[in-house]
Design a protein around this ligand. Structure first.
Ligand code: G3H
Length: 497
């Protein structure tokens, strides 16, 4: 078993101690293969109960699960706070957003299915075209959204008829325990299998077996590359990946500073900067850099630090082991290369609590200019020539999003055109973000593979499949009989309301 230590240190009579909040099984290759066999058996080459159920029936299973999941909100929110230090408000938002995502997925699938419930006749061929499942999906989410991001692949994978192995993230594991019963009650055996343990130990053998059909992974590109390479037939493996990012904010000389500062605080420091979509570097035009720095550091100094459940808390302890030390190294490296910490107490840390560090002026010699810090260190780069931030985006390994702050439509229009070919979302006078979940979420270069949104996800976990035949009396008769007597779940004109 693995003990789970909370990032929250508790003051007790003998001093500060890190609270152990539970433990989970450290499974081995043996149990990993048992989980895999259960998923393979349940899919049964597409002949199993789950992949052959009608869409309507699968929706009912998911609805049953969502109903039971809602009952567990309090437990899950509490575990989110204790396991990853996410504040109460954001933990509740993560839970509610996940329920909305499930409901949105159901609605979207109904729309998709209604469109597919008709026949097409083209060039003397009659056909019904639907989407069919792909097989066994390995779902792995990240520690910063252990529930929500995992479910943004888990739910569409399940609802499209795949069977799933769910490997919880390295942090944010215990919050899955309140859901196990709901999984068990809502799905046929083998449809969803939860695998605890060290990723290398349990996921390597799964990939090497060649029996994983889809890898849904949200985490680092380094781990994604390892997993993909382990599959013996890479051309058979479909991947949907959400990976690294270092989204810049570009603040133009005519930016509205009130709005810009507000969005930059949110973008850099929501959940302590631990979002893949966080603003991780800020380029500011030198004409307004002094005014920006003064207001920005003032707003950062107002953010309340504390325990996740206290009211209005914005900064909380960091859950990753060794993270404060890593951030400290980045700060020291930047200082050696000419940057200063411009905010009071910036970069000071105690145990898991790290006070945000605003670094200025940052340049390309520094590690923080290139590395994805995923935490509360904020590099700020002054510029006169707009090509400096544009070159940064072009030369970056990442290509997720950018935030553009300015008020002049001519200048903004000139920037939009080159930027949309480098990243996948240009945010105007707004922080970078994934939502709304109906919008496409993706990236270029090392930032992503495939696109997720509520509707896109249904497509990536399925494949278009059709039943087609020449328009002859024999085929008309066969199709009519199958439909009238409701002999098939696939070949059907049933309309889901
Ligand atoms: O960690 C990356 C998440 O996809 C970010 O989602 O922009 O809603 O925080 P968010």
């Amino acid at each position: 078993m693995q003990n789970v230590s909370s990032p929250l240190w508790i003051n007790n009579p003998s001093g500060l101690s890190q609270k152990v909040v539970g433990h989970y099984p450290l499974l081995t290759q043996k149990e990993a293969m048992e989980a895999l066999n259960a998923a393979v058996h349940s899919y049964d080459c597409g002949q199993g109960l789950w992949p052959t159920l009608s869409v309507d029936q699968r929706i009912r299973h998911i609805e049953k699960f969502a109903f039971q999941m809602k009952e567990k909100k309090k437990e899950i929110v509490t575990l989110l706070m204790w396991e990853i230090g996410k504040n109460l408000n954001d933990s509740e938002k993560e839970f509610d957003r996940t329920i909305d995502y499930i409901n949105g997925t159901i609605d979207e699938l109904k729309i998709l299915d209604r469109v597919s419930s008709r026949f097409t006749i083209q060039q003397g061929v009659i056909a019904q075209i639907r989407r069919a499942p792909l097989g066994v999906v390995l779902c792995m989410g990240p520690f910063n959204y252990p529930l929500n991001e995992t479910f943004t692949t888990l739910i569409p994978a399940l609802i499209m008829g795949n069977t799933v192995i769910l490997k919880p993230p390295k942090l944010g594991v215990l919050l899955y325990s309140p859901l196990l019963e709901a999984f068990h009650n809502s799905f046929p055996p083998g449809v969803i299998n939860t695998l605890y343990g060290d990723g290398q130990q349990v996921c390597g053998p799964l990939m090497e077996s060649g029996k994983i059909d889809v890898l849904a992974f949200i985490g680092s590109s380094r781990v994604a590359d390892i997993l993909k390479k382990q599959h013996p037939k890479p051309h058979r493996l479909r991947c949907i990946l959400g990976l690294d990012a270092k989204n810049p904010a570009i603040i133009l000389s005519h930016a509205d500073l009130d709005l810009t500062v507000k969005e930059c605080v949110l973008g850099t420091l929501s959940f302590n900067g631990q979002r893949c979509t966080a603003i991780k570097i800020i380029f500011v035009h030198s004409l307004i850099v002094d005014a920006f720095l003064n207001r920005f550091k003032e707003e950062v100094s107002k953010l309340k630090v504390g325990m996740p459940w206290d009211s209005d808390i914005r900064l909380t302890p960091l859950p990753e082991s060794g993270k404060p030390e890593y951030l400290f190294e980045l700060v020291e490296d930047a200082k050696k290369n000419g940057a200063e910490i411009i905010n009071k107490n910036g970069g000071k840390f105690n145990k898991t609590l790290f006070n945000p560090a605003l670094l200025y002026p940052v340049n390309s010699m520094m590690r923080i200019y290139h590395e994805e810090q995923f935490g509360p260190v904020i590099p700020i780069v002054p510029f006169d020539d707009i090509n400096i931030p544009i070159r940064y985006v072009i030369e970056s390994h990442y290509g997720q999003q950018v935030s553009l702050f300015g008020t002049d439509p001519d200048v903004i229009a000139k920037m939009i055109d080159p930027l949309v070919n480098q990243v996948c979302r240009v945010n105007l006078n707004s922080q970078c973000q994934r939502g709304p979940d109906t919008f496409p979420f993706t990236g270029r270069k090392d930032s992503a593979e495939g696109t997720l949104s509520i509707s896109d996800a249904l497509r990536v976990f399925s494949i278009r499949t059709l039943v087609a035949g020449k328009e002859i009396d024999l085929n008309r008769e066969i199709i009519n009989r199958i439909i009238k007597e409701r002999k098939s779940n696939f070949l059907s004109t049933d309309f889901i309301f």
